[in-house]
Design a protein around this ligand. Structure first.
Ligand SMILES: *Cc1c(COP(=O)(O)O)cnc(C)c1O
Length: 388
């Protein structure tokens, strides 16, 4: 619980965990670029700080802000910051998974997450089944009684923008005694707070919308239950994949403007979706805000808006898709997402090349946009030119 938990989202983003520095009154948490802390006699820690892997005040500020954004008012919930999204995921898997155990994951999971499950967790002994998480009967059927301890979902998904019903998945997971993990990277806590819908753990790549400026790699977990949170915190220190103070500070600085950025990301994405749905060279537009999107009703229920990610398919197949990605000038050709600048990419050859040939393979005429916060007219003109 944070003193700011009753305040609105943008107020929490700016103030939670970020009281003026007690020593100087600095209104922004300083970068405590330090590895170790003086003790007042053996074991006499000042405010609990001992060594920066275990805890650093800049990281603490970020962690307190994160929990206030994702789980306001939940006693015992904790935010934990990591060196990357995948470092957060790996640490979590060592706590909620065991050798001999099993996880049910989406068949449309971020490629790096799938690689972690299939190439790292699997050899360690943690098995998984990838299923269509919109099909609750399939989720139930994939659960192995006594072995499945994890249901892992990303919503909306990357890059197909599929939407899963968090509350329904929570019911299925909890009936099996499993933990529901939601990767909330695409929505950000401004658009969706999975813990309020029954999720146990929220995962973020803070590299994306939370950082928001394509200048830092980071990850986070927000854990609702105090006991589980303490176990994850133990592993965070024991495994050591923590962010440094500068990276923590950059993410925290990004978070302050999350709300205003997301409003613009959503508005720009909406305008681009309108252009694409009417374009003769576009064969499909994947965006949860479209009324004919299969997950639209669920998205309306569990999201405040539909986000800045748009995927679409084009006539002319892979060659044309690749050519379009090379013709934009405002949209930069690149991986990652969630920054202020617009990005375009070809998932089949770029972010999702590692899942080619697996059940997670994506169509090769698919293009993914991370719609930035530039002037929308410039974005529309750039895409119109590239699609000609
Ligand atoms: C980028 C991303 C990750 C991995 O995060 P890193 O910070 O790159 O390690 C996980 N999930 C989703 C949905 C992502 O987009």
């Amino acid at each position: 619980m944070d003193a700011w938990d009753d305040s609105g989202f943008n107020t929490r983003a700016i103030h939670a965990g970020q009281e003026p520095d007690p020593l100087t009154g600095a209104v922004v948490p300083p970068v405590y670029q330090v590895s170790t802390f003086a003790q007042d006699g053996v074991g006499g820690l000042r405010n609990g700080y001992e060594y920066s892997r275990s805890g650093n005040p800049t990281r603490t500020a970020l962690e307190e802000c994160l929990v206030s954004l994702e789980a306001p008012g939940i006693t015992g919930a904790r935010g934990l910051a990591f060196a990357s999204g995948l470092a957060a995921e790996d640490t979590l898997l060592r706590v909620i998974g065991t050798p001999g155990g099993h996880a049910v994951i989406g068949n449309d999971t971020y490629g790096g997450t799938y690689r972690l499950f299939s190439k790292v967790a699997q050899p360690w002994g943690l098995d998984h089944t990838a299923v269509d998480l919109t099909n609750l009967a399939a989720v139930k059927a994939a659960i192995v009684p006594g072995r499945t301890s994890i249901v892992w979902a990303e919503t909306p998904t990357n890059p197909l923008l599929t939407v899963f019903d968090i509350a329904a998945l929570a019911e299925v997971a909890h009936a099996a005694g499993a933990v529901l993990v939601i990767d909330n990277t695409f929505a950000s806590p401004y658009l969706q707070q999975p813990i309020a819908h029954g999720a146990d753990v929220v995962v973020h790549s803070t590299t994306k919308y939370l950082g928001g400026h394509s200048d830092v790699v980071g990850g986070a977990l927000v854990v609702a239950d105090a006991d589980l949170a303490n176990r994850v915190a133990y592993h965070q220190n024991a495994m050591g994949s923590v962010p440094g103070p500068w990276d923590s500070w950059l993410v925290l600085r990004g978070i302050k403007t999350l709300g205003v950025r997301m409003d613009r990301h959503c508005a720009n994405a909406q305008a681009i979706v309108e252009l694409l749905t009417q374009h003769p060279r576009v064969t499909a537009v994947l965006y949860p805000g479209l009324s004919d999107h299969p997950g639209h009703a669920v998205a309306q229920r569990q999201m405040n808006n539909f986000g800045g990610m748009v995927s679409f398919r084009v006539a002319g197949g892979v060659d044309e898709a690749v050519a379009i990605c090379g013709r934009t000038t405002v949209f930069t050709l690149g991986e990652s997402l969630g920054g202020v600048e617009s990005l375009i990419e070809h998932p089949g050859r770029m972010t999702h090349a590692s899942v080619a040939g697996s059940t997670l393979e994506v169509p090769d005429d698919l293009i993914r946009l991370s719609v930035g916060i530039e002037n929308v007219d410039d974005l529309l003109a750039d895409l119109t030119k590239a699609l000609q």
